[in-house]
Design a protein around this ligand. Structure first.
Ligand code: COA
Length: 386
C-alpha cells in the first residue's frame, strides 16, 4: 500500500522584519545575516498567535469535508508548547471542528517532533487504510532580543494530511535513524528561551547528517544520483548546505549543480520566514515543490530531519502522478507578500508582549488571521475564529 502526504499547507504570522534592518540596528554587517546565515526576512509572531492558532490556520486551508470525516488522529509536533499537560492537538480539534472520535497527542523532541509524527501517522495508516491523520508542526522560535540566535528566529506552522494512496508524496519504508545524548540546545522549565551552544549545535547537525546519510546509503545502496533533491531541517538557510558541502564536493560537477539549484529552491520560503523549528524541514519541502519548475512525478526527494539533543533521521519520498494539482503556490506566496513589514522597534514591542495565564488579558493586535488568541480568562487561553 502507498502511504504518504496527501496535502500540505503552511501558515506564518502577518508581520515580518527585514534582516538588513535588524543587522543595522544591532551594529552587524548585513551580509552576515543575509549571506553568512542566509536569511532575508524574519516572521514575527504577535501575542495573538501561538502554536494552536498557527497550527489551526495552517490546517484550515487544506481540509475539506471528506478529510474531516476520515481524520481519526491529530498529531502536533512542537517544542514551544503552551501547556505542560494539555495537548495543543485538543484545542486544534475543537477549532477545526473535527470529530470527537480522534486520538489527539502532542509530540516533543526539539525540531524532530513532526518527523516522528509523520512516521507514526504512516504506521497508523498501515493498520487503518481508510483513515487519515492530521500532522501539524507548529513553533515560535525565540532566542531573545540581542541574543546570538536572534537572526535565526521565526514563527509558523505546517499542516499535512497523511493517507493511503496520497496525491502528493509517497513515503518509502527505509529510514536511517541516529540518537545520541548531546547538550547542544535545550530549554529548562524555568527558562523562556533555549540554552544553545551555537557552534557545537552546528557541528552536531553536520555529524548527524553524515551519520544518517552514510547509514541510509549503506542500507539501501542509494547514491545522490538517485535523488532529485534533498530537503534539510533549516534553522537558517545556510545550515543544510554546510552539512551537505563535504558530500557535494565529491560529486561530478553536473550533479553538484543540479543538487545545489534544488537546494536553493528548497530554501526560498525559509529565507523569508526564519526558523520554525519542527516545521522547517516541511516548509523546505513546500518551498521546493512550489518554486522548482523541473520536478516530475517519480522524482525521489531525500529528507534530513534533525532535532537537537539529539535525533537525526534520513528518509525518502517519491512525488506521485498529478502532484502538481496539490500545490498552493498563489496562496502561499500571497501569505508571504501580504505581511506587514515592521520596524525593529515594532518587532521589539511585538516580541515582548507575553501571554500571562496568571492574569486576565485581552489582546488588541491588528491580526486578521482566521484563528487568533484573543486573551486569557480564568487561567485559560481564549481562542477565537474571526
Ligand atoms: N559577510 C558574509 N558572511 C559573514 C559575514 C559577512 N560580513 N560575517 C560573518 N559571516 C559568516 C561567517 O563566516 C559564518 O559562516 P560560516 O559558518 O559558513 O563560516 C556565518 O556568517 C555565521 O557567522 P558566525 O560568526 O559563526 O555567527 P555567530 O557566532 O553569530 O553564530 C549561529 C551563528 C547560527 C550559530 C547562532 O545564530 C546560533 O546559535 N543559532 C541557534 C542554534 C542553531 O541554529 N543551531 C543549528 C543546528 S539546529
Amino acid at each position: 500500500m502507498n502511504i504518504g502526504i496527501d496535502k500540505i499547507g503552511f501558515y506564518t504570522p502577518p508581520f515580518a522584519l527585514s534582516m538588513e534592518d535588524l543587522a543595522v540596528e544591532r551594529g552587524v554587517e548585513p551580509a552576515k545575516y543575509t549571506v553568512g546565515i542566509g536569511q532575508s526576512t524574519m516572521a514575527v509572531a504577535p501575542v495573538t498567535q501561538d502554536i494552536v492558532t498557527m497550527g489551526a490556520n495552517a490546517a484550515i486551508e487544506i481540509l475539506d469535508e471528506a478529510d474531516k470525516e476520515a481524520i481519526d488522529m491529530i498529531l502536533v509536533g512542537t517544542e514551544t508548547g503552551i501547556d505542560q499537560s494539555k495537548s495543543a492537538a485538543v484545542y486544534i480539534q475543537k477549532l477545526l471542528g473535527l470529530s470527537n472520535r480522534v486520538r489527539s497527542v502532542e509530540l516533543k523532541h526539539a525540531c524532530y517532533g513532526a518527523t516522528a509524527a509523520l512516521q507514526l501517522a504512516k504506521g497508523h495508516i498501515t493498520l487503518n487504510p481508510e483513515s487519515k491523520v492530521l500532522v501539524i508542526a507548529s513553533d515560535i522560535a525565540k532566542y531573545g532580543l540581542k541574543s546570538g540566535g536572534e537572526p535565526t528566529q521565526g514563527a509558523g506552522a505546517v499542516a499535512m494530511i497523511v493517507s493511503a494512496e496520497p496525491r502528493l508524496l509517497r513515503l518509502e519504508d527505509e529510514a536511517s535513524l541516529f540518537t545520541d545524548d548531546v547538550m547542544d540546545f535545550w530549554r529548562p522549565n524555568y527558562e523562556a528561551y533555549p540554552m544553545v551552544d551555537g557552534k557545537f549545535s552546528n557541528e552536531q547537525y553536520m555529524r548527524f547528517f553524515a551519520e544518517v546519510w552514510t547509514d541510509y546509503a549503506t542500507q539501501t545502496g542509494a547514491t545522490f544520483a538517485d535523488l532529485e533533491a534533498i530537503c534539510f531541517h533549516l534553522p537558517y538557510t545556510k545550515m543544510g548546505l554546510k552539512a551537505f558541502k563535504p558530500f557535494l564536493e565529491e560529486l561530478p560537477e553536473e550533479e553538484q549543480e543540479r543538487l545545489t539549484t534544488r537546494y536553493q529552491e528548497s530554501t526560498a520560503y525559509n529565507r523569508h520566514v526564519g526558523n520554525i523549528y519542527t516545521g522547517s524541514l516541511f516548509l523546505s519541502f513546500i518551498s521546493l515543490i512550489e518554486t522548482s519548475s523541473v520536478l516530475v512525478a517519480g522524482d525521489r526527494i531525500g529528507f534530513f530531519s534533525y532535532g537537537s539533543g539529539a535525533v537525526g533521521e534520513f528518509f525518502v519520498g517519491e512525488l506521485v502522478e498529478g502532484f502538481e494539482k496539490q500545490l498552493r503556490v498563489e496562496v502561499h506566496q500571497q501569505l508571504l507578500e501580504n505581511r506587514k513589514q515592521v520596524t525593529v522597534a515594532e518587532y521589539e514591542t511585538l516580541f515582548s508582549q507575553m501571554v500571562d495565564e496568571s492574569g486576565e488579558q485581552t489582546f488588541q493586535v491588528e491580526d486578521k488571521s482566521l484563528f487568533i488568541l484573543s486573551g486569557v480568562h480564568q487561567h485559560q487561553r481564549q481562542y477565537q475564529k474571526q
